[in-house]
Ligand binder design. Sequence first.
Ligand code: NAI
Ligand code: MG
Length: 361
Amino acid sequence: EETKTFRLAVIPGDGIGKEVIAAGLQVLDHIAEESGGRFAFEKDTFPWGCEYYLEHGKMMDEDGVEKMKGYDAIYFGAVGFPGVPDHVSLWGLRLAICQGLDQWANVRPIEFLPGVPRRLNHPDVDTLNWVLVRENSEGEYSGIGGRNFAGRGPGKEVAVQSALFTEHGCERIIRFAFELARTRKRKRVLSVTKSNAQQYGMVLWDEVFARVSKEYPDVEAEQGLVDAVAAHFVLRPEELEVVVASNLFADILSDLGSALAGSLGLAPSANLDPERKAPSMFESVHGSAPDIAGQGIANPIGSIASAAMMLSHLGLEEEAEQLNRAIAETTRQGIMTRDIGGTHDTAGVTEAIIRNLAAVK
Ligand code: NAI
Ligand code: MG
């Protein structure tokens, strides 16, 4: 039988991005070896990020987005480091790729892993899990706005930051959320806006949600305002299943969700082009964590679980599930990094996950 080769573009980025991507690649290499020649990963690593910026004046090559198109998937660490303004690093790399390749669905599962100390006092904490679907192409991150309008002068500067909501953009992400809900235990979608205060874009979102929900009578549809939903995450998390929200709101809610589950370091994500015209990008939710970078203590689980989402996207469903079981077995054994109360380092957790792959087969 012929070996199926998947071409991966690897962008470690900055800070702990490099450390957690190295961990993830170690796991992926092991999984490919164990496949007995069924599949292999061919990896190209791109040195883009803040160091690259300080040397070349840009976060990535001019034709960087174009270069990505030749790959089956992109495995991404994190960007951002002191010395380069965060809006420069974020727009120059991560947002440039997500928006340039129209990876319009950002999927962020919230998993409560066994053995992880709970931040949430809830009777059914072990069975909680839900998934955030983040609109990833427009909304508050449309980049529309400006500064230094003529004639204002010092001390009177004005800045405008606009959010863009299109019917097409709202419809595709809402539809995606309903389709996803059909594959999950509880068939339920909660849509999050702030349409009482944001009377244009978010009212459009609400209207599209109401219209699309009629096509999914088998899925329960609910709407909430983002402030109330933040409280809902803490007070009634057992009701959550698929939560769909705008770019900014889902960004904030996903950090809240992953912190409730134990740590930002645990949360994986997938930036999907569901139509598969372009490669999708897989990355942990967390940033480059300059406060712990270079110490070898970053939690690799967010990045390794993102690799599992990548395996699933590439059609390696069994391997993806096996990897998720190995992660859960590792935390269940108490092999964890400091952010979740453990004493192990990045390498120790990674090696344990690799060991456990065989145990959970
Ligand atoms: P951050 O996620 O990097 O860190 C927040 C806190 O969580 C820190 O105390 C950090 O040590 C901890 N943490 C994060 N990941 C961890 C892990 N894997 N293991 C253990 N602890 C972990 O967010 P912060 O500090 O707001 O931003 C730092 C830089 O990262 C900034 O430049 C920011 O722009 C960038 N950033 C990049 C993102 C991306 O590339 N997708 C996403 C979020 C932030
Ligand atoms: Mg974020």
